[in-house]
Write a protein that binds this ligand. Sequence first.
Ligand SMILES: O=C(O)CCC(=O)C(=O)O
Length: 289
Amino acid sequence: MNRDTQQYISAKEKRAQLMTKGFCVFENVLDLEMIASLNTMSEWTITQEDPVHFEEHRSQGCIIPYYKFPHPTFAKLIVHPHALSVFARLGFDDPKVWSGFVISKPPHTPPLYWHQDGVLWNHPISITDKPQQYFLMYYLVDTNRYNGCLRVIPGSHLKRHTLHDLDRKAHELDEVQRASNMKHPAFQQVEGEIDVPVKAGDVIIGDSRLLHSAHANQTDKRRTVLTIWYWPAYASLPEEVKKLIIDHITVKREWVSWIKKTRSITQSLIPIYEGEAKAPSWCNTCTLR
Ligand SMILES: O=C(O)CCC(=O)C(=O)O
């Protein structure tokens, strides 16, 4: 079997895993030089942020949007040809980008709480297996259960889990986000969870509705992940969903200014909608039964 055929089969299997389990991993997507540049960019970004942010986000470490302190290397990652070829191998030829963040756990910091990031739960598409909002997560160090690797509940994007009953929105600024109540159920070990350890340079692709969290960072070294949100099949989304996507980003002045600056390389990834549809209300509460 030649390499192209092998890659095709493996991409087919990964797509099936993404659809049924809600995530899959592509290995060796970024080279060492790119990882080093991303680490430099992340460290610079972290130094720009207000110290209060880190206190309020102890569970995540920090979560800094790419457009808040624009840096050319983040833009290069968003349009990275290898990342886009991952989408193409999965059968998505025209992805559009949305938000994206530097999320970084300093040494010796708590776990990330269980949550899902779906926001379309008021729209019928959210209880279907149609491709919607996906994350690409690039960890900038090799990860394991001691330094904060990702944890997921496979299949939870389509099947209700007891964690869906927690009365809490994904990134609420509360005792969970501040990690001041580690007894909260969002921090416990749960049925069906698995670890997703990766190497720096791999990318994890996941469905926004997937329940996920991360282990504590018990090591002396920072653990950073760059998360970028895409709509891989934007053209086939219902008009009202496109309207929600557009409304959410175009109200952000920092994002509009980022687009103006990076348009020469990001143009083809920017979602556009000029119709009259009414957006569904933003809803992060799972409506699966
Ligand atoms: O820190 C991680 O490993 C995952 C980040 C994440 O999903 C989040 O902060 O919402």
